[in-house]
Design a protein around this ligand. Structure first.
Ligand SMILES: [Zn+2]
Length: 466
């Protein structure tokens, strides 16, 4: 990994070389940038508890099945998906009580009409909690974490047989809930939504309904983190598992790109720079800032999802939102979508004993660090363009101010077109235009808004302006 070069052009013209692990910077007013993590985020990550995550997953498993089609079984029976939904709701309420009522706990309930894996109309309930942003000028900006709380076994439509779903996706549900628990102890300028959805195993129905609602109602969701199978399966015989790595999948070309946008992507080599891909890189960068890479690291995979598999992030991509999927490094298919049984000495079934709770806690830390960093940061700059009218070897970028008033400066990022991640950054003050001594033909540029404490927005890749 090359070192990230930092140039400070806005102040004393300092040239620094920082490793990406310490790329959070601030300017103390004397032109000397200093590195420091945000103490509020450090405190939140410290509060993430593997033990609490274990309790959450074991409780989810205790409902015996959380199959979406079990929604005709009353919650009072203590079994089935309705009982699970009520419990998740009550947990969110208890986290809210612990922060003076800071969370708005809500449900999104609807009837799913019959489809390939839904033989009869089924009631679906998404359960979510909103930590409203503390800054009126930024509270409409939203960041969302999700996991699916429905489960299944070997039979797609078996709504009564045991479906523990500890890893798939009790783990992702627990990550969303744990983020709610620890982040609700803090306040952020922008809004964070903690979502748990139903209907994933029957065809992404819960997330599709929620994403469409968000789109129709004009929610300004800047990023979605979908956690699905983040239990870090720890079967003793599995030597391929990496308990220090979580994969982050992201689409390259946005699902909703228009013909004109696709034309631009083809012309300029934009295949690797969609908004979801930028989010994936951001997650990797923030993780390096807050979690030692030797302990845990995201592995960015340049692919929307695994072969033949899908997930709830795609529902959000299809409504035009930036969304990624986090999944354990090495999946064990004996422990996904399987009836609980032992055959030829092999244990099948998605049981809690195969979940590595320390691993899931680290995934929760990656999520919490990303959500808190983004919700603390200024909005991205708007209408970012690179000027292409004149043939010249310097590059000039122009943009409109980050809305919301949090930005105190901007970073211009760039990398070689063949490089996977940003390699260089040049800091500018509160300006709307910057020229860097690099040819736009040779690199990919982006612009980030920054505040005085070093929080950084998602990067925006410029479009050409003639
Ligand atoms: Zn799943």
């Amino acid at each position: 990994m090359p070192k990230l070069k930092m140039f400070f052009a806005g102040t004393a013209g300092l040239l620094l070389t920082l490793s990406p692990a310490t790329a959070r910077v601030s300017d103390q007013g004397d032109g000397v940038p200093v590195v420091r993590p945000d103490p509020q985020i450090v405190a939140a990550l410290k509060a993430v508890s593997a033990q609490h995550i274990q309790q959450t997953i074991e409780k989810l498993v205790s409902f015996q099945t959380r199959h979406t089609l079990s929604s005709d079984v009353p919650a009072s029976s203590g079994k089935g998906i309705n009982a699970a939904a009520e419990w998740i709701r009550s947990e969110f309420e208890s986290y809210s009580k612990a922060c003076g009522g800071c969370l708005e706990v809500k449900t999104d309930e609807f009837t799913q009409e019959p489809g390939p894996r839904v033989p009869r109309p089924a009631k679906l309930t998404n359960v979510y909690a909103i930590l409203r942003g503390s800054d009126p000028a930024n509270a409409s900006r939203m960041f969302l974490v999700t996991g699916h709380y429905d489960s299944r076994n070997s039979e797609t439509n078996d709504a009564t047989g045991a479906s523990p779903g500890a890893n798939d996706d009790g783990s992702g549900t627990a990550v969303s809930m744990e983020c709610a628990r620890v982040l609700s102890q803090h306040r952020f300028p922008a809004t964070i939504i903690f979502l748990t959805v139903a209907g994933e195993e029957q065809g992404l129905y819960g997330s599709a309904h929620f994403a469409k609602m968000a789109k129709v109602q004009g929610w300004n969701i800047e990023a979605v983190l979908n956690n699905d199978i983040v239990g870090g399966d720890r079967t003793p015989a599995d030597t391929k598992q990496d308990s220090h790595t979580v994969r982050v999948f992201s689409e390259g070309i946005p699902a909703t790109a228009s013909e004109a946008e696709l034309k631009l992507i083809r012309a300029l080599g934009g295949e690797n720079d969609g908004a979801s891909r930028q989010l994936a890189r951001y997650i990797a960068t923030v993780s390096k800032e807050y979690i030692p890479a030797t302990e845990f690291r995201p592995l960015v995979v340049f692919r929307r999802d695994r072969y033949l598999r899908g997930g709830d992030h795609t529902s959000f991509n299809e409504q035009g939102f930036a969304a990624v999927r986090l999944t354990e490094y090495h999946e064990n298919y004996d422990h996904q979508h399987q009836n609980v049984r032992t055959e030829n000495g092999i244990e099948y079934g998605d049981l809690p004993k195969f979940v590595d709770y320390d691993y899931t806690a680290n995934v929760a830390r990656v999520n919490a660090a990303t959500l808190a960093s983004l919700a603390s940061a200024p909005a991205p700059p708007e209408k970012v363009r690179v000027l292409t009218k004149a043939l010249q070897n310097d590059s000039t970028l122009v943009w409109e101010a980050s809305p919301g008033g949090l930005a105190s400066g901007y970073l211009v990022l760039w990398r070689d077109t063949g490089a996977p991640d940003w390699e260089h950054a040049q800091a500018f003050g509160n300006v709307r235009q910057a020229t860097v001594p690099v040819s736009k033909d040779n690199v990919v540029f982006a612009v980030q808004a920054t505040d005085s404490e070093g929080h950084r927005s998602l990067p925006i890749v410029p479009v050409p302006e003639r």
